[in-house]
Design a protein around this ligand. Structure first.
Ligand SMILES: *[C@@H]1O[C@H](CO)[C@@H](O)[C@H](O)[C@H]1NC(C)=O
Ligand SMILES: *[C@@H]1O[C@H](CO)[C@@H](O)[C@H](O)[C@H]1NC(C)=O
Ligand SMILES: *[C@@H]1O[C@H](CO)[C@@H](O)[C@H](O)[C@H]1NC(C)=O
Ligand SMILES: *[C@@H]1O[C@H](CO)[C@@H](O)[C@H](O)[C@H]1NC(C)=O
Ligand SMILES: *[C@@H]1O[C@H](CO)[C@@H](O)[C@H](O)[C@H]1NC(C)=O
Ligand SMILES: *[C@@H]1O[C@H](CO)[C@@H](O)[C@H](O)[C@H]1NC(C)=O
Ligand SMILES: *[C@@H]1O[C@H](CO)[C@@H](O)[C@H](O)[C@H]1NC(C)=O
Ligand SMILES: *[C@@H]1O[C@H](CO)[C@@H](O)[C@H](O)[C@H]1NC(C)=O
Ligand SMILES: *[C@@H]1O[C@H](CO)[C@@H](O)[C@H](O)[C@H]1NC(C)=O
Ligand SMILES: *[C@@H]1O[C@H](CO)[C@@H](O)[C@H](O)[C@H]1NC(C)=O
Ligand SMILES: CC(=O)N[C@H]1CO[C@H](CO)[C@@H](O)[C@@H]1O
Length: 536
């Protein structure tokens, strides 16, 4: 019954001619597919709905699609109770922060001190306990957010196997994207991306070592911010590499991503990389939004580090994006990297993982399988019937263990210094400095590596889609790589701790193009809306 009424309303109400619309208590209100922090804040403060209504709606949406998309590993059994507490505070005139009463999903490698697990998608960690919230979870709660659940991911953030697939974990199954059946969701923050793309929460946190936020963000037609390593604390986040790991927001708009980044950034005595933060107070990333920011900006294109024949569709969209930026007043600069093709090795990540995984495991207050080292975790994985070994191998771990050393060894430091050169003077930072650039742009599919090895920030925004009649190509495990309506993104790369600049530019590009809203819709979206619980 409710469904019919709502669908009828959807057809008759036009919401700014753009986003799909629904209604709540007779007031037009955007669909949860597209809703923003500002929309939710307005609805909550006007009393159109409560955070309990919001959590109820999101949980129902998750239940509708999770059996197909395998997006979530777990939902928070206390979410309704937490929402009720936040509703009571709001009713009494108190809001804790910019995300008061707003549900956010986090990747299942960011620990919470509550009834939820933190598994990295492995049975090795189901039931394990941490001593307290990760700093990310604590900061979300301080900002008033409701942690709605834990998103499925590429197992171990894609640091286990050479023949696995993005979004697969033993614990959560295979995440698939919502823009085409069996779409490769990108990884490793796959569930975070799909959940945000179809409104299973306002937004999500992902983690990135090289590409794990920006890749699933582009596959979900999203904005993803991969912050400078050290801007967001990694304390009690299951690691790959202390030199490259970072945590950031995945959202449907640049503004929402900026709000969340402001809430989670900041120094943390538990993660000394955060002591590199150069400013006494975290910048106001929302104040940095500037629809005119492209005017007068210097944008570099490192053509010698972009494969222009790899993917004609994405490259054509990239060239159109450059023309758009130019038309908006940007100066486009030929900004080649001095080292076009660095010979990066697996040493930094491998040696870091040996050390950093052991450090994480040492934090556990309950360790159900008594695993303390990478070698213990490999033994568990290879011998547990649940872990799909050997169909999914342990090649990355085998290589890391075969090094015979960890990140305290001189050979590690030599490799790290080479990476810093290739990401720094020989790559991104050198190009920025020599050409006095505000940012470098690359197609998101090719943007991860240089920023990753230098710990520099990237912001991806929607750039385009494969045409509706595009032929489907699949990977070895049957996931759709290219196909009708599959989205892709544009990345802005910048200097360390220059997120404000990147956010301003990404916002200006988003406001000019509105790719997300104007483009095709996912093939699968939940059809439950707030009105189903509050009355239309
Ligand atoms: C409401 O706020 C007042 C003043 O801050 C406080 O004294 C009271 O305990 C609060 N009530 C609830 C139910 O939180
Ligand atoms: C394997 O999976 C089953 C079903 O989810 C679970 O009950 C069991 O505890 C798992 N075994 C291990 C060793 O994790
Ligand atoms: C973890 O998952 C298990 C199995 O689903 C569940 O019994 C348990 O309550 C969850 N939470 C913790 C902290 O172990
Ligand atoms: C940073 O913290 C790590 C682990 O918490 C520790 O091993 C390292 O010595 C610290 N480094 C500095 C410079 O304090
Ligand atoms: C926005 O960007 C334009 C172009 O760079 C600049 O002139 C203007 O001052 C900026 N506005 C704000 C509020 O920073
Ligand atoms: C940058 O690299 C591209 C591709 O290799 C090349 O065509 C172009 O001439 C280079 N630009 C400069 C200024 O060296
Ligand atoms: C560019 O991509 C194409 C298609 O994937 C590939 O065949 C070619 O080797 C790549 N070129 C370089 C220089 O990597
Ligand atoms: C990469 O390795 C090859 C072979 O050892 C060498 O010729 C080349 O100069 C190296 N490139 C860089 C950028 O170091
Ligand atoms: C790292 O290597 C050093 C030197 O061999 C060793 O003392 C330390 O125990 C190792 N740590 C880990 C976690 O493997
Ligand atoms: C993955 O690698 C393992 C170990 O090499 C192999 O047994 C398995 O057949 C491979 N699976 C696929 C799908 O390639
Ligand atoms: C919350 C939820 O739906 N969890 C499911 C995640 O996927 C696994 C494997 O498919 C299910 O067992 C869980 O119930």
């Amino acid at each position: 019954m409710a469904r019919f009424i709502r669908l009828a309303l959807r057809a008759s109400v036009i919401w700014a001619g753009l986003a799909s619309c629904s209604s709540v208590k007779g007031v037009p209100f955007p669909s949860l597919d597209d809703v923003t922090v500002d929309d939710l804040e307005e609805g909550l403060s006007r009393g159109l709905f409560t955070s309990v209504d919001l959590v109820t709606a999101y949980l129902a949406r998750i239940a509708q699609v999770n059996p197909v998309l395998h997006v979530m590993n777990e939902v928070n059994p206390d979410a309704i109770t937490i929402a009720a507490e936040l509703d009571a505070l709001r009713a009494n005139g108190t809001t804790l922060g910019p995300l008061h009463g707003i549900p956010i999903i986090i990747k299942d490698n960011i620990a919470t001190f509550d009834k939820m697990n933190n598994t990295a998608g492995s049975f090795a960690l189901v039931g394990a306990k941490v001593p307290r919230d990760s700093t990310m979870a604590a900061k979300l709660r301080q900002a008033g957010a409701i942690i709605l659940g834990k998103a499925n991911l590429s197992q171990w953030a894609n640091y286990r196997s050479s023949n696995s697939s993005s979004g697969w974990s033993a614990y959560g199954g295979q995440v698939t994207g919502a823009y085409y059946p069996n779409e490769d969701p990108g990884g490793s923050s796959s569930g975070s991306g799909v959940a945000t793309s179809i409104g299973l929460a306002l937004a999500a946190l992902g983690t990135e070592t090289s590409g794990s936020i920006i890749s699933p963000s582009q596959r979900g037609n999203l904005v993803g911010i991969k912050p400078t390593v050290g801007l967001t604390s990694r304390y009690l986040v299951i690691p790959i590499s202390s030199h490259q790991d970072t945590i950031g927001p995945m959202a449907r708009t640049v503004k929402d991503a900026a709000i969340i980044l402001g809430a989670i950034a900041g120094p943390d005595p538990h993660d000394n990389y955060t002591s590199a933060i150069p400013f006494p107070k975290i910048p106001d990333y929302v104040a940095a939004l500037n629809a005119s920011a492209l005017s007068g900006a210097r944008i570099g294109v490192p053509l010698n580090a972009i494969n222009t024949t790899s993917n004609p569709t994405e490259i054509a969209a990239f060239n159109a994006a450059i023309a758009t930026m130019q038309a908006a007043g940007a100066t486009i600069v030929d900004a080649n990297f001095t080292v076009a093709n660095p010979n990066t090795t697996a040493i930094v990540l491998g040696a870091d993982f040996v050390s950093d995984l052991a450090a994480y495991l040492a934090e556990l207050t309950y360790n159900p399988h008594d695993l303390h080292t990478l070698s213990d975790v490999r033994d568990f994985t290879r011998s547990s019937a649940n872990e799909s070994y050997p169909d999914r191998d342990t090649a990355r771990w085998d290589a890391a263990l075969a090094l015979g050393y960890n990140n305290t060894d001189i050979r590690f430091w030599e490799d790290l210094q080479r990476n810093y050169y290739w990401g720094g003077e020989g790559g991104l930072l050198g190009a920025l400095e020599r050409n006095r650039l505000d940012a470098v742009v690359m197609p998101t599919s090719q943007a991860a590596g240089r920023a990753a090895i230098q710990g520099a920030p990237v912001v991806t925004v929607p750039m385009g889609f494969y045409p509706g009649d595009w032929p489907v190509t699949r990977n070895a495990r049957g996931l759709v790589q290219q196909g009708p309506n599959v989205p892709f993104g544009l990345s802005f790369l910048g200097g360390k701790f220059e997120e404000e600049k990147l956010i301003a530019l990404a916002y200006a590009f988003e406001q000019k193009t509105q790719v997300r809203i104007k483009g095709p819709k996912p093939y699968l979206v939940p059809n439950i809306e707030l009105g189903d619980f509050t009355g239309f």
